[in-house]
Design a protein around this ligand. Structure first.
Ligand code: ATP
Ligand code: MG
Length: 154
């Protein structure tokens, strides 16, 4: 089942960072799945949003886009964050060699362009979509929980 977590409009990169931090806090305090899929066109703010997630779990880390490295690791806080950008992933072999399946599940996974590896995503996850919305600095951010559980305890 799919449960809407929030919909938020942001008007600056900093607001998007804050929105990512808010989601991380929800994951932490509500025990939501630590696997966060980010979708949205080029340059909509997936990396900015990740900056916010990492600021909650690994505040001492500097977030950089992993477009060329596929994955960056942030381990300077309470929980390691594995930040993937699978835009350039081409097939399962690439994903395997990126180490995607070898990371410990106690980590928080954040995956930019997750829709490109749809068949490899876990059944319980959070899906965030970011879209441009009006003027240059406006974004609409929607977060949904995808879960196999029929009910969610508050
Ligand atoms: N409200 C906003 N939220 C997020 N980013 C914004 C916003 N307004 C403007 N921006 C700008 O949009 C860009 C977002 O870049 P970012 O690298 O986060 O995008 P991305 O979705 O990760 O791109 P890519 O698909 O290339 O990985 C930045 O240059 C940022 O300054
Ligand atoms: Mg990015």
């Amino acid at each position: 089942m799919t449960v809407s977590l929030f919909e938020k409009k942001t008007f600056s990169p900093d607001e998007t960072v804050l929105c990512g931090k808010k989601l991380a806090e929800m994951v932490d305090k509500q025990g939501l799945p630590g696997f966060i899929c980010l979708s949205g066109d080029l340059g909509t703010g997936k990396t900015e949003f990740t900056r916010g997630i990492a600021s909650w779990f690994s505040p001492a880390s500097k977030v950089r886009s992993p477009s060329f490295t596929i994955v960056n690791e942030y381990r300077r806080g309470t929980r390691p964050v594995f930040h993937f950008d699978v835009y350039r992933i081409d097939g399962d072999d690439d994903l395997v060699s990126s180490g995607f399946f070898d990371y410990p599940e106690e980590g928080v996974f954040v995956v930019e362009w997750a829709e490109k590896i749809a068949s490899s995503l876990p059944p319980d996850r959070i899906e965030v979509t970011i879209s441009r919305d009006g003027d240059e600095n406006s974004r609409l951010i929607k977060a949904n929980l995808i879960t196999r559980k029929a009910g969610i305890s508050e």
